[in-house]
Design a protein around this ligand. Structure first.
Ligand SMILES: *Cc1c(COP(=O)(O)O)cnc(C)c1O
Length: 367
């Protein structure tokens, strides 16, 4: 028997990832899918996620080193760098590895015109349609397209924008109209939709869609659950109880006097803390599943441990399985209690956590 270490794992369910990719396919009716895998596939592990995302027509990310790793692992489909390039040296490497780029500023157009590349590039010209982050202005589009089209560095041109409000009540009608007008008469394929765009504007999301969050089984909409969108959570953060104690009424639990028992309380201690990526901004009452049942956080999250009220789960004992988020407890809910967005929790799981990959179903813990 190997020595058992701390039983905290991030379980990555590849069957769920495949299912969610199929959901994208159903929503977009024939558009090509570039699965967004920036930030190490939203914290799930790029190479871990790859077998399930192989069906997508390409992958989009920020990091050139990760894109090169993918090429070295013989990934042959389209790779797109979402923030483009930062220097002439990078441009050479990008061209050598057949990576597509976003061009979001006229200086980058000039840099491309001055470059001498052995192999010309697929370029996505990004247009600012109101998010005011990256992108050329709508009225620059025609001129820059003409220049890019004439440049020997450019093999193929695409038009792109990013929607900053597709998940809000206001929606993305206004930016979509700006984009349509900026692109009028330009005969290039278009890439528009992120997850919220795919789900809400499937028919106008463009020829090449760029979903991220929904692939990982998380709802982009504040008022709609992933389950109601038929998405399955991919990451389940699981641990165990490492201690159980009975605490009398009127005592504090954990650091800094933020939780005082109001009845005789059974407290369970979970091996997981903020050093593992669990948010310490959650409040008393945040849900956690212990032995499959809902318990609530009692006291401040510490670096390595979380204390929960398990008074109403009499069968819970040392070694009982704990689910921090995932399969039966949406990460959206924990993010809500923590005052952050689910993206941040998924990306924030730290190197201390062991990752395991499963194709289907659960890791079986013994009660
Ligand atoms: C992150 C990102 C996406 C994916 O967004 P989700 O909301 O995760 O679907 C798409 N396009 C660009 C440019 C991005 O940066």
């Amino acid at each position: 028997m190997p020595t058992l270490s701390r039983q905290l794992v991030a379980q990555i369910n590849l069957a769920a990832l495949r299912h969610n990719l199929d959901r994208v396919r159903q929503c977009v009716q024939g558009a090509q899918i570039m699965a967004v895998v920036k930030a190490n596939a939203y914290g799930h592990g790029l190479l871990r996620a790859l077998p399930a995302l192989g069906e997508a027509e390409g992958l989009a990310l920020m990091e050139l080193d990760a894109a090169i790793t993918l090429r070295e692992r013989h990934y042959t489909r389209r790779l797109l760098l979402l923030e483009g390039f930062f220097s002439q040296e990078e441009l050479q490497e990008i061209s050598q590895h057949r990576i597509a780029i976003v061009v979001h500023h006229r200086d980058q157009v000039a840099a491309l015109e001055q470059s001498e590349l052995k192999r010309s590039l697929e370029v996505f010209l990004k247009i600012n349609t109101g998010m005011n982050r990256l992108g050329v202005e709508p009225d620059e589009t025609a001129e820059l397209c003409e220049r890019l089209n004439a440049s020997s560095a450019v093999a193929a041109l695409r038009l792109m924008t990013h929607l900053g409000q597709a998940e809000t009540k206001a929606g993305a009608e206004a930016p979509l109209a700006i984009f349509r007008e900026a692109c009028q008469g330009l005969p290039y394929p278009r890439s528009i939709a992120n997850s919220a765009g795919v789900l809400r504007y499937g028919d106008v999301g463009g020829d090449i869609v760029r979903p991220g969050l929904m692939l990982y089984g998380v709802s982009p909409f504040p008022n709609q659950t992933a389950a109601s969108l038929n998405l399955q959570p991919v990451m389940s953060l699981r641990s165990e109880l490492i201690a159980v104690r009975d605490v009398p009424e009127g005592e504090y639990v954990g650091y800094s006097d933020i939780y005082k028992t109001t009845r005789p309380t059974r407290i369970g201690v979970i091996a997981c803390g903020y050093a593992d990526g669990y948010p310490m901004t959650v409040r008393n009452g945040t849900p956690v599943r212990v032995a499959g049942k809902l318990a609530t956080i009692a006291g401040r999250v510490s670096m390595d441990m979380i204390t929960v009220d398990i008074t109403d789960i009499p069968e819970a004992r040392v070694g009982s399985p704990v689910l921090l988020w995932g399969e039966d407890l949406p990460v959206e809910e924990v993010a809500h209690w923590a005052g952050v967005i689910p993206y941040q929790l998924l990306c924030g799981v730290t190197a201390r956590v062991r990752f395991v990959t499963t194709e289907v179903g659960r890791v079986d813990f013994e009660l």
